[in-house]
Design a protein around this ligand. Sequence first.
Ligand code: ADP
Length: 258
Amino acid sequence: QCEVIASPSNSLDMVCGLVVFIMDVTEKQELETMRREFTSNVSHELKTPLTTIYGTADMLANGMVKQEDVAQFGGNIRSESERLINLINDIVSLSKLDEDSAPRENESVELYALAEEVLDRLKLSAAEKGITASLTGERVSLIGSRTILSEVIYNLCDNAIKYNVSGGKLDVKVSHIPQRAIITVSDTGMGIPKEHIGRIFERFYRVDKSRSRRIKGTGLGLSIVKHGVMYHKGTVRVESVAGSGTTFVVELPIEKKQ
Ligand code: ADP
């Protein structure tokens, strides 16, 4: 785009070129700011559990913990390590979705079977909260990346369980309209207050940190969903009523098999 400026053939080109150039710089700056924020967030998020792990292990190693408290301290190390592992996995998923390094998988993916697999992986955590999960709809195939689509569905269903009430419901539906596949994930959980809806797809954004503290998460799940959907040139929208539930609707173009 900048090359247009280097060889303008007339003043109109120059003006167009200039406009393009300004947009280009602004976009680059935004991207740069996003990268910088991401790096500083990542290091903060990584340091927090590591500091706890280090401090707790140090006390154990120095014999500063009473015998009866050892199990509790060990448990803290385990849960903070788990948080680190989840975080690292999410960061790796997200960086794989970056344009330059994204895998260019192009295979036929059947979404109903994929959703079935995801729900199977999550059946333990659903059962722990007494949540009834259901899958309805029809078989719909599209050309895309199985790994990425699996992560999209996984993150939506995982949230629908995490932010649900005990004994609640999770409904997944796979359907299609001409040229587009639709995946709907609805829950009967706590919902998302209106003022937060616009920000939930941002990296590391969590609605009300204190509400979320009890619920494990990295704040990266919905960024992975957003980028996974963008990778497939689709859209994702959310409807939520605080206190009664949330529905995410993913629409993906069905490309013809080559
Ligand atoms: P997290 O790892 O915190 O779950 P996400 O990026 O997946 O991160 O989600 C961002 C925030 O959006 C969550 O912290 C939660 O507050 C809110 N959220 C996401 N999905 C739901 C849902 N189904 N119901 C209620 N709140 C949700």
